[in-house]
Design a protein around this ligand. Structure first.
Ligand code: OGA
Ligand code: MN
Length: 297
């Protein structure tokens, strides 16, 4: 029989943390340096990234040199990839890694890119029955200044509502659709095929984060009205909530550096691009992948 050890000796020095995430703003966002995301993640590192993602809602990995394949592989750590209902200008489907860009077909910067929905507050693919969990953008080309992305923390926005407002919102559901989204943003109207492919869906106006259990507001430019409420009244309510929820105190503005890989939680945030750059002068090209989430409850 072994004698139990009574003297364990000095405690082993604890291992250094796998990643150091430094907060970028009180609202959301943390910066992570020194990682090469083109390499496979160990299970421990993946867990550490997920933990930071849940805590900060937006992760900014600096200095990434990622091929589309490498971005796809990194994205797959967090769930299945999602397809887009939109079409490229030649009518073909978006590839898994597609470009968010202000370039026209000839590769020139323009003030009127094919889609500009990203310049309005939204949460990705809320017009899906099962919307996006995370979106990842890799900064390939960025303007010399501006072209920022803003994130509004919908947990903080919900928490700041009055008790009466919270009571009023209980049980309300908003209708989201691709069609409404195109209309709200002045984009080319949805085609009949797209409308069939993405019929309107309803989601709770207040959703609960599946990991943290925190409540948040779930709205944005893909919404049209509130289920069971006169159209105009529902729209007015959504507009006023949106205005309240995107006040500066809930917003983190990300100023891009080339090589940034930014990953955010669509269950916790609204986001939009800012046209605070000379759109017809400087290219802005981001590579995008999207992870499918779960049905909002
Ligand atoms: C997106 C998006 C914002 C931006 O890719 O989903 O909204 O800053 N992008 O381009
Ligand atoms: Mn988006």
């Amino acid at each position: 029989m072994q004698t139990p050890r009574t003297d364990a000796g000095p405690a082993a020095p604890s291992a250094p943390p796998l990643l150091a995430a430094s907060r970028l703003s009180p609202v959301a966002g943390a910066e992570i340096v020194g990682l090469d995301l083109s390499r496979p993640l160990s299970p421990e590192l993946k867990d550490a990234i997920l933990e930071a993602f849940i805590e900060h809602h937006v992760l900014v990995f600096r200095d990434q040199d990622l091929s589309p394949e490498a971005q796809t592989q990194f994205t797959l750590n967090f769930g299945p990839l999602e397809q887009h209902v939109g079409r490229l200008s030649d009518g073909s489907r978006y590839p898994d890694v597609h470009r968010v860009t202000n370039l026209d077909d000839a590769g020139r910067p323009t003030k009127t890119p094919h889609t500009h929905g990203n310049y309005f507050w939204h949460t990705d693919k809320s017009y899906h029955d099962i919307p996006s969990l995370a979106t990842l953008l890799h900064a390939v080309q960025i303007p010399p200044s501006g072209g920022d992305t803003q994130f509004a923390n919908m947990h903080l926005a919900y928490d700041a509502l009055s008790e009466a407002q919270k009571r009023d919102l209980e049980g309300l559901r908003a209708i989201h659709s691709w069609e409404a989204s195109r209309r709200n943003t002045g984009n080319k109207p949805a085609t009949e095929e797209q409308k069939r492919e993405r019929p309107p869906v309803s989601h709770p106006v207040v959703r609960t984060h599946p990991v943290t259990g925190r409540k948040s507001l779930y709205l944005g430019m893909h919404t049209s009205h509130i289920e069971g409420m006169p159209q105009a009244e529902g729209k007015a309510l959504l507009d006023s909530l949106l205005e309240q929820a995107t006040r500066p105190e809930f917003v983190y503005t990300h100023q891009w550096r080339r090589g940034d890989l930014v990953m955010w939680d669509n269950r916790s945030l609204l986001h939009r691009a800012l046209a605070n750059y000379e759109m017809d002068q400087h290219p802005r090209v981001l590579h995008r992948t999207v992870v499918r989430g779960t049905k909002p409850v």
